[in-house]
Design a protein around this ligand. Structure first.
Ligand code: CTP
Ligand code: CA
Length: 228
């Protein structure tokens, strides 16, 4: 689709965003998950609507209200999230993987509630790898512009660049989640935006700022890349 006017530069664009954690069942009452709050993905969805886009938010379980103008698709497991992403990726212009997808799930979730055993002091859980949702979307013939996130506690830029190349992304938002008050669960975030510029990788360091403002900066940079 063609991008719109100066006030609504994302007019006519279909944007799909994954957000929040995934939940991987162990049995009918238990699951594996993580502490993702979903705030960054929801901030991106709200900012994309403000810029004029049609926005689909594929959301794991979070305690956040759906932003105005956003179509929300609730999912639980990584496999559910992948199915929703594949379905919504048709005619999509911009895909943003902001979800903290569980890397592994239980190989065989129990049909009934697992019972504690008196004869064993340990138990072993066998896990299998989940599909890489963003890499699957980036591998499509009709691929959209794809932005990934890399939340790291060390070697931020090295891991960010590695994810950009390995998953064939167009842009990576690398953020340091080891700093207090930033990233996971927080309202503020700092990040280094990385994108391919021919064979080189260009960068733009964003200072600590509200997630809403970082979201706008990420989208504006993506739109300028989409239009070239
Ligand atoms: N991602 C995804 N599907 C997965 C795992 C990750 O779509 N199964 C996406 C995330 O939404 C994010 C990017 O890939 O946009 C990077 O996620 P991250 O967990 O940092 O990458 P991994 O490849 O899982 O590497 P790591 O070992 O650092 O967790
Ligand atoms: Ca991971």
């Amino acid at each position: 689709a063609l991008a719109g006017t100066a006030e609504r530069p994302a007019e006519g664009l279909k944007v799909v965003i994954t957000a929040g954690p995934t939940r991987e069942p162990l049995d009918p009452v238990r699951y594996l998950s993580n502490h993702s709050s979903g705030k960054m993905g929801y901030a991106l969805a709200a900012a994309a609507v403000a810029l004029g886009a049609e926005v689909h938010l594929i959301s794991g379980p979070v305690a956040l209200a759906t932003p105005y103008g956003v179509t929300r698709h609730d999912v639980e497991s990584a496999n559910d999230m992948l199915a929703a992403a594949e379905r919504l990726a048709d005619d999509c212009d911009l895909f943003i993987g902001c979800a903290a997808v569980a890397d592994y799930r239980a190989e065989a979730p129990a049909e009934h509630k697992l019972k504690k055993r008196d004869d064993e002091d340990a138990m072993t859980l066998r896990l299998v790898k989940n599909p890489d949702i963003i890499a699957r979307i980036a591998a499509r013939d009709d691929r959209p512009f794809v932005i990934g996130f890399a939340a790291e506690t060390r070697d931020l830029e090295r891991y960010g660049r590695d994810k950009l190349t390995r998953k064939q992304l167009d842009m990576v938002v690398a953020n340091d989640v080891s700093q207090d008050g930033l990233g996971f669960g927080a309202d503020d975030n700092a990040a280094v935006l990385l994108w391919k510029d021919g064979d080189a990788i260009d960068r733009d360091a964003q200072p600590p700022q509200p997630k809403s403002r970082l979201a706008e900066a990420v989208l504006k940079r993506a739109l300028s890349r989409l239009n070239t």
